[in-house]
Write a protein that binds this ligand. Structure first.
Ligand SMILES: [Mg+2]
Length: 200
């Protein structure tokens, strides 16, 4: 692999940790394992700003940080679908983990940790994020198909009522108009509804 290819495929990470020695450690682990650390922050506010600006593939973030804590920062990042977050916590408190999950953190690591703890957590977060993105696309597609079906049904109804077509004829008309004009069925149905629903 050339350097250019490596830089294209390396996953981009923002690291936020207020203790600089631990941050150094994390950055080193990530770089040693082929990640591209594109930004570093020592507080939650800067972490959110950096993530919004740099759009990394992942944010690795400490929970206890000044300005804005890691959980609130994770909340902001997940709310705006900026990047998946791996949280670093000092203790594995049940309540904390629940809050972190609610905040949209996709994985967490308990301090002190080694790269054998951090790397699997990162892979889990990335995999869960990929699944979420795929699911969102699927739901969007389903919604779109449902909307199209509703609209086509409405257009068919109008074509039968106002133009005297039978239902199969109305459907074929919409289909043919879509193919002839290189429009989607959705677009044709929308035009039909717009024209015919105003017509007495
Ligand atoms: Mg801290």
């Amino acid at each position: 692999m050339t350097d250019h290819e490596a830089s294209q495929t390396a996953r981009r990470v923002v690291v936020a940790e207020d203790e600089s020695l631990i941050r150094l450690d994390i950055v080193e682990i990530l770089r040693d394992n082929g990640f591209d650390v594109v930004g570093e922050a020592g507080d939650g506010e800067t972490a959110v700003a950096l993530a919004k600006e740099l759009r990394p593939d992942l944010v690795v973030m400490d929970v206890k940080m000044p300005q804005l804590d890691g959980i609130s920062a994770a909340e902001q990042l997940s709310k705006d679908s900026i990047a998946p977050v791996v949280l670093l916590t000092a203790f594995s408190q049940k309540e904390l983990v629940e809050r972190a999950t609610e905040a949209g953190a996709l994985a967490y690591v308990v301090k002190p940790f080694t790269q054998n703890d951090l790397l699997p957590a990162i892979e889990i977060a990335l995999a869960r994020h990929a699944q979420l993105v795929a699911l969102e696309a699927e739901v969007a597609d389903l919604t779109e198909r449902f909307e199209t079906r509703k609209l086509v049904d409405r257009a068919k109804g109008l074509l039968t009522q106002k133009m005297g077509l039978s239902e199969p004829e109305a459907f074929r008309w919409i289909q043919k108009a879509s193919m002839d004009r290189r429009l989607t069925m959705h677009e044709v149905a929308e035009a039909v509804v717009k024209q015919l629903s105003a017509k007495k």
